[in-house]
Design a protein around this ligand. Structure first.
Ligand code: GLC
Length: 422
């Protein structure tokens, strides 16, 4: 372990002690133990954050990594959904909640999904000391969750799941939805009004998924969400195989292959060399160049010429090759914004560690360890210099948004798991 990795680990350890939340929730009688995204702004348990945190915790304390996932699964719903936020300590933060735009299933649980990387998080815990016993313990809830996605979120049966509102992608204010949402100046008020145009009619149909889809207000087959879905169904297949369930393994591997094939067949634009989301029941392509257009690099079986086309954008100094990569919006897009925006709008150009974590792994899978290493080295530099901020300026490296932001610690996993020599 090099000096910068040691320094990083010590800082992550300190951050994860500070952001740890433990207690008993009076509303359900359950004990929780998780890392919140940031004490100041996000004290609750978020789904995809928690999966990232469990992966980081495998480098610090495997028992805490297990506790993180167990806490997340405590509120898995009978239908299979695992809500994107569990408001464990809701009663302590009433004022903060007044500023959130969130759809609720109960006062303590949201009624949304987030990018489905649960299987990856479980696999990391299992492989790094958690053991197969942990895999079998959590497997029923994990399977139910992926079955819910397949059953409820793929109504057209094409292998791609759809989100019903922007925050289900985890990329709340990304400009790729501006046109579709009918927003132009992108102030916070305008986005909140757009959120109500989507969420209010959903409330009127009782948030029944089939009726929400039929309204055709916001139906998006998102490239990042589906890449993560494809990868995770395959990872789930591997886990089931290790548990000796070859029938189950074959089922989820086949589902993963089907999702990956659908992405290639339906979302890839060979002329631009990018993957685009499909919007509405008519499946119109949303053609803003954001990092999600490059996300299928994560899929190991992506054809070499398609991977090469994506890599060209990452090497292009007018698009994604920023001094502190990877900007979340291509620098050539009119909506690209490298700094913090009024109203704290997110994912409109700044660099995020979870994006780098995925893209660097994808680059290695396609033989481009050179670019991966640059992203990793720059990520370490950002974390050591600017701290664990929510996001960073891709041109200057300045940090913005929440302080002590837990998933930015993914940079530790990036450097701890990379091969010594490329
Ligand atoms: C913001 C992000 C979302 C994240 C949450 C907590 O809402 O857009 O992806 O899960 O904050 O960090």
């Amino acid at each position: 372990m090099g000096a910068s990795e040691r320094q990083l680990k010590a800082r992550v350890d300190e951050l994860y002690r500070r952001n740890r939340q433990t207690g008993t929730a009076a509303w359900c009688g359950a004990d929780y133990d998780f890392v919140c995204p940031s004490e100041g702004t996000y004290p609750f348990q978020w789904f995809w954050d928690s999966c990232f945190h469990a992966i980081v915790l495998t480098h610090l304390d495997i028992e805490r990594a297990k506790a993180e996932i167990r806490s997340l699964l405590l509120n898995a719903q009978p239908d299979g959904l695992i809500p994107h936020v569990t408001f464990w300590q809701r009663d302590r933060y009433q004022e903060m909640l007044a500023t959130y735009s969130i759809a609720y299933r109960t006062p303590y649980l949201s009624d949304c999904m987030q990018p489905p990387l649960l299987a990856e998080a479980v696999a990391a815990v299992v492989e790094r000391g958690g053991g197969l016993g942990f895999a079998s313990e959590v497997m029923p809830a994990v399977r139910r969750y992926y079955d819910w996605l397949d059953r409820v979120r793929d109504p057209d049966g094409d292998g791609l799941i759809a989100v019903l509102q922007a925050d289900e992608t985890g990329l709340d204010h990304t400009p790729k939805f501006d046109d579709y949402l009918g927003v132009s100046t992108c102030g916070h008020a305008e986005l909140t009004a757009a959120w109500h145009r989507v969420a209010d009619p959903y409330a009127e149909v009782g948030r029944d998924p089939a009726r929400m889809f039929a309204l055709d207000r916001f139906v998006v087959e998102d490239v990042m969400v589906n890449t993560i879905y494809a990868e995770n169904q395959r990872v789930l297949g591997e886990l089931l195989s290790r548990l000796g369930d070859e029938g189950g393994a074959a089922e989820y591997r086949a589902r993963g292959d089907r999702t990956a094939a659908a992405l290639l067949a339906r979302c890839f634009d060979p002329a631009r060399g990018l993957f685009f989301d499909l919007a509405g029941l008519a499946e119109r392509r949303l053609e803003t160049a954001t990092f999600t257009c490059l996300f299928p690099l994560l899929l190991s079986d992506l054809p070499a010429e398609v991977a090469a086309a994506l890599v060209r954008h990452l090497e292009d100094p007018a698009a994604f090759a920023a001094p502190y990569p990877v900007p979340t919006v291509a620098m050539s897009e009119p909506s690209f914004c490298p700094t913090m925006m009024p109203g704290s709008l997110v994912f409109r150009g700044t660099t995020w560690m979870n994006v780098n974590w995925y893209l660097a792994r994808g680059l290695r899978r396609h033989g481009r360890a050179d670019i991966a290493r640059r992203i990793e080295d720059r990520s370490v530099e950002l974390a050591l210099r600017a701290g664990f901020r929510e996001y960073y300026n891709p041109l200057t490296g300045e940090g913005f948004g929440a302080e002590g932001f837990s998933w930015s610690a993914l940079v530790l996993d990036l450097v701890a798991t990379r091969p010594d020599e490329d």
